[in-house]
Each structure stands twice: as structure tokens, then as C-alpha cells.
Design a protein around this ligand. Structure first.
Ligand code: 5GP
Length: 129
């Protein structure tokens, strides 16, 4: 069972941004930039291109909605998107509010307090449609 499945089942906590029957979005615990969000299918699958075309499209649709909310909640030049999965083998889309190229480099990290995480998750979820 992946760490993200444990988040989905509530076994471990997360700063949740959005959720429906099939997907969940929560803040990355070690963010590249303020508002770095992960969009995760609830059905655990390792690699994104092993998803069915339909599941892939649905993931992109949900990510689009989360990105729109992020853009409204976190001032930035644009939302960067990336899929890697080398650390957590459970499909997830990284959405990163980006101002400079280094915001999309996964060696570039920012420290946030739990209060900042809580406030960010609340601001983003308020904008989610
Ligand atoms: P990737 O698998 O795409 O290389 O990266 C996995 C991402 O998941 C990393 O950005 C890492 O900070 C994040 N991550 C790992 N464990 C947890 C966790 O327990 N909670 C949250 N919210 N994010 C996590």
C-alpha cells in the first residue's frame, strides 16, 4: 500500500485541497514552492501511462480544476505541471505555482509552517469549482 493510499484512507494526515469519488488533491509535504499540490487517483496505480485513456483524461480534468483554483489562490506567473513518481510509485500530478525555473526543480524546496500549510489548503479549496 502506498503512502498516498494511506492518505486517501485517512491513515495518515494531509492538507487536503480537493476531493471527489475518484481523486484527491493535497499539498506536497516537501514543496518546491508555496502551494505545490499533488493530484492523486484514489485507485492505486504505479505509472501514469499505464492508466486507461479514460482514467488519464479524468485525472487531467481534475488536475485542470485544481490548477484553476491554485492560480486564483496563490499569486504566481503560471502553474507548472510535472509527473515523476520515482519517490512514490502511486500516480500523481505535481502542480507548482511557479515564478522562476527553479520552482520546477525538485531539488529546490521551501519550508512552511503547519499554520501556513493549513491556510494555503483552505485558500485553494475555497477556489475549487
Ligand atoms: P515523486 O514520486 O513524483 O518523485 O515525488 C513524490 C512527492 O511526494 C515528493 O514531492 C514528496 O515531497 C511528496 N511526498 C512524499 N511523501 C509524502 C507524504 O507523506 N505526504 C505528502 N503530502 N507528500 C509526500
Amino acid at each position: 500500500m502506498s503512502i498516498f493510499t494511506k492518505i486517501i484512507t485517512g491513515e495518515i494526515p494531509s492538507y487536503k485541497v480537493a476531493e471527489n469519488e475518484d481523486f484527491i488533491a493535497f499539498l506536497d509535504i516537501n514543496p518546491n514552492a508555496k502551494g505545490h499540490t499533488l493530484v492523486v487517483p484514489k485507485k492505486e496505480e504505479n505509472k501514469i501511462f499505464d492508466l486507461s485513456k479514460e482514467a488519464y483524461s479524468n485525472l487531467m480534468d481534475f488536475s485542470y480544476r485544481v490548477a484553476k483554483a491554485l492560480e486564483k489562490a496563490v499569486p504566481c506567473k503560471r502553474i507548472g505541471m510535472s509527473v515523476i513518481g520515482l519517490e512514490v510509485p502511486h500516480v500523481h500530478v505535481h502542480l507548482v505555482p511557479t515564478n522562476v525555473m527553479s520552482d520546477m526543480q525538485f531539488t529546490h524546496k521551501v519550508n512552511l509552517s503547519s499554520e501556513e500549510f493549513v491556510a494555503l489548503a483552505e485558500q485553494i479549496s475555497k477556489e475549487f469549482e
